[in-house]
Design a protein around this ligand. Structure first.
Ligand code: PLP
Length: 388
């Protein structure tokens, strides 16, 4: 007898990034020398003072259930960070600590989206957004963007229908690394007000910015926008804490209360001692964040320079995150064929753009060391020239 999963599960696509990362790891453990640019995960260890704080919390008996919304001190610190760094007028009661940024978005979708509701998602998008909307019973409305990979105010306005419930904004973006400028954010905020929208701003890469790029949170435009804004973020990318699973949602109080019902009946609180690591991350010296950002900046330049010498590939310089998103259209291959052939022939793992809603691109993560980047680029070069 086979057990039949719910229909909503058949509507959801498994995560291609996790699948390709797993395939690359399996190839590596079978003895192959794989260069993986697939994972969205910094290669650095978590900074020592954060690990020590969690170890101390364990020793101090922080091993019990805690408040569902998070440790009070952590909620205070997150609200303080959002007020002082992002000009978002929140207090601790507007904050829910979640099991990573992914979980904060999932809680939100479950709390907000009803069957029939439309959620506007600009493409290229982080691949979990549409799947979360679908799991919540809603309809993802994918809006294709131009070469800038950023949705314009006019495109947003045009995508709105009476069924629109939410607009998803992600800057700096995964997969493109593009960052919306303050004037672009301002223009989108005007549409949010005019069209009476709710916006979720996924700001998980906000600390990873290059050159003169700045991060402006859409909720900082004014109080009216803030009352329609939800912020999703976390500690994974800025503090290299991917496995800790600590993120947060910041929103108007009623929405936090609604989302906390989802969390209370699914996971309860986030791992108690992990939250003490997050407290140390916010209270401690921020130079670890800057050191990692500096390393990413160097790697971005090396990978970008190599990519842009290859015939058939074009890649703009991204302003944030740790991904390059070159256009591969001129190679004549679609993104899945390109990635499968590259992995089979040269043992280089990258993610097909189709996973992010754009088949003409591939995504490379440069959250890996420079020797691996150099080796992987040598192999990519061989792959491209083998097809000339
Ligand atoms: N949002 C974006 C755009 C991401 O790229 C990721 C992770 O890759 C997340 C959210 C979730 O991060 P986490 O759940 O690890 O905190």
């Amino acid at each position: 007898m086979s057990i039949k999963p719910a229909t909503r599960i058949s509507q959801v696509t498994p995560s291609m990034t996790l699948a390709i990362s797993a395939k690359a790891k399996a190839m590596a453990s079978s003895g192959l020398d794989v260069c993986s640019f697939s994972a969205g995960e910094p290669d650095f260890d978590t900074p020592t003072h954060i690990k020590v704080a969690a170890q101390r919390a364990l020793d101090a008996g922080k091993t019990k259930y805690g408040p569902g919304l998070g440790e009070p001190r952590l909620r205070e610190l997150i609200a303080h960070k959002l007020r002082t760094e992002n000009q978002l007028n929140y207090t601790a009661e507007n904050i829910m600590v979640t099991n990573g940024g992914k979980h904060s978005l999932f809680n939100l979708m479950m709390a907000l989206v009803e069957p029939g509701d439309e959620v506007i998602i600009p493409a290229p998008y982080w691949l979990s957004y549409p799947e979360m909307v679908t799991l919540a019973g809603g309809t993802p409305v994918i809006v294709a963007t131009d070469g800038s990979c950023k949705i314009t105010a006019a495109q947003l306005r045009q995508a709105v229908t009476p069924k629109t419930k939410l607009f998803v904004l992600n800057s700096p973006s995964n997969p493109t690394g593009r960052v919306y400028t303050p004037s672009e954010v301002q223009a989108l905020a005007s549409v949010v007000i005019d069209m009476d929208l709710t916006v979720v701003s996924d700001e998980i890469y906000e600390k990873i910015l290059y050159d003169d790029a700045v991060h402006q949170s859409i909720g900082s435009i004014n109080g009216d926008v803030l009352s329609r804004t939800v912020i999703s973020s976390g500690f994974a990318k800025a503090y290299s804490m991917t496995g800790w699973r600590v993120g947060y949602l910041a929103a108007p109080l009623d929405l936090i209360k609604a989302a906390s019902k989802v969390q209370d009946h699914s996971t309860s609180n986030v791992c108690t001692f992990a939250q003490y690591g997050a407290i140390a991350a916010l209270e401690g010296d921020q130079s670890c964040v800057e050191a990692m950002r500096f390393a990413f900046a160097q790697r971005r330049q090396v990978m970008l320079d190599r990519l842009n010498t290859l015939p058939g590939l074009t890649c703009p310089k991204p302003e944030g995150a740790f991904y390059l998103f070159p256009n591969i259209q001129e190679t004549g291959m679609n993104s899945l064929d390109f990635c499968n052939a590259l992995l089979e022939e040269q043992q280089v793992a990258v993610i097909p753009g189709i996973a992010f809603g754009t088949d003409s691109h591939i995504r490379l993560s440069y959250a890996t060391d420079l020797p691996t980047i150099e080796k992987g680029m040598d192999r990519l070069e061989k792959f491209i020239y083998s097809r000339q």
